[in-house]
Write a protein that binds this ligand. Structure first.
Ligand SMILES: [Ca+2]
Length: 426
């Protein structure tokens, strides 16, 4: 890597928002990533990065300065020589008897000298510019160093963003709860066929029910307009106090939902902008493998006040509305992978990833609209691309909060579901 590149890269880092600098975590103060971002959302990494490359940049600047000085000295020498030559030439012209040959030769020499002088002036201007550049670079370097020192100082006061990850693990959050975990938070789990464990948010209630949360929207802080790979791997942030937005990732959802002979119930929880909360449950929720484009299936609508939008909705536009907006059996689509039943590309139109049909009656990964109500004009191209649950609110109403979470089906009758009279959050 050339020193110039290092210098550019160093300065450029400051222009990036801190989230871009996340992979540069400090091993002492941050928790390494488990494919879900690094748990040090501070800029400590930037300081480490700067400190690592500072000596190289300093050396580069020193060398540059030496070079400029050398050029300056050379120019001065050349200038002295020109003055000397001009003086001797004109002296020769005056003192020597006018022999044509010598006179012409002397004139040519004077012309050359004049040109040479011009070029020296031009060189001097160049050097001046370079010197200005050096000064401004020095200034920027100084600022960078000051910022680096500031960051260094901040990073020495132990990282404020540390999070607690509980030590209990299991194949899902219910397993974690069965092993005695009592509080909601972040846990590592490892579904049966998973190659490695991964982090999830577990919602654990006082009755010992452990929900594994797959999706969360709450404030629009995360852009859900992502492509296939991001939907496969997951994106957003997991937080120990359930304050952030995320998509857990299709591969993880697949591994979770297909691991056991005990099927899962999917619960969808929704909050509108008036603060009302409703939910919808689906029995035997499964997401297929990537080879089958993460196909969604469930056996039946289990209940809930939000209604069964997942099975389609009759918008009144066409008799086939309900059939073509049902999500059961649909493969997952993203803007870069069209697996929908529409001649166009639903995911591209809506800028999201979802189990698109032609296109949707339920759409929880849609665009976040503050305040809820939006119009075709707001959506830019007339598509209903908000966060939609059509059996509750119209498709031109985008919900405020959503979550998708699963629990083994047997928990619905042994304390985790409504049947046992467990106090729910609604
Ligand atoms: Ca299509």
């Amino acid at each position: 890597m050339s020193p110039l590149f290092l210098y550019t890269a160093t300065l450029y880092l400051f222009l990036l928002p801190s989230s871009w600098a996340q992979p540069l975590y400090s091993p002492e103060s941050c928790i390494p990533s488990d494919e879900f971002g690094s748990y040090c959302p501070t800029t400590c990494g930037v300081a480490d990065y700067l400190n690592r490359y500072k000596p190289a940049v300093d050396k580069y600047l020193d060398d540059f300065e030496d070079l400029l000085e050398q050029i300056g000295n050379l120019t001065k020498g050349a200038q002295d020589k020109v003055v000397y030559m001009r003086d001797s030439a004109s002296h020769g012209q005056k003192s020597t008897p006018p022999a044509d040959f010598y006179f012409r030769r002397s004139s040519t020499m004077l012309d050359d000298i004049l040109q040479f002088e011009k070029s020296i002036v031009a060189q001097e201007a160049n050097i001046y510019e370079l010197q200005q550049l050096l000064v401004s670079n020095d200034k920027r370097m100084l600022q960078a160093r000051q910022l680096s020192l500031q960051l260094e100082r901040q990073c020495k006061t132990s990282c404020q963003d540390t999070i607690q990850i509980h030590s209990t693990t299991g194949k899902d959050c219910q397993d974690v709860a069965n092993k005695g975990a009592k509080t909601s938070g972040l846990y590592f789990i490892k579904p049966l066929k998973a190659k490695e464990q991964f982090l999830v948010y577990c919602e654990i209630d006082s009755f010992g029910s452990g929900w594994t949360v797959l999706q969360r929207r709450r404030d629009g802080s995360i852009n859900f307009s992502k492509e296939w790979i991001q939907y496969r791997e997951g994106f957003g942030y997991l937080s120990p106090d359930d304050t952030s937005e995320f998509w857990l990732g299709n591969e993880k959802i697949h591994l979770l939902s297909t691991q056991s002979s005990i099927p899962y119930v999917l619960r969808i929880e929704l909050t509108d902008w008036e603060g009302h909360k409703k939910h919808a449950d689906y029995a035997m929720f499964r997401v297929g493998p990537e080879a089958d484009q993460y196909r969604l299936t469930y056996a039946y609508y289990y209940g809930g006040e939000a209604g069964d939008a997942f099975s389609g909705f009759d918008f009144g536009d066409d008799p086939s509305d309900k059939f073509f907006t049902s999500h059961n059996g649909m493969q997952f689509s993203t803007s870069d992978r069209d697996n929908d039943k529409y001649q166009g590309n639903c995911a591209q139109q809506d800028g999201s990833g979802w189990w698109m049909n032609r296109c949707h009656a339920a759409h929880l990964n849609g665009k976040y609209y503050q305040g809820g109500k939006y119009t075709a004009k707001d959506a830019g191209e007339q598509f209903d691309n908000g966060i939609i649950w059509a059996t509750w609110h119209s498709r031109w109403y985008s919900l405020k909060e959503t979550s998708m979470k699963i629990i083994p089906m047997n928990r619905m009758t042994t304390g985790g579901g409504q049947q046992a009279g467990v106090k729910l959050h609604f």
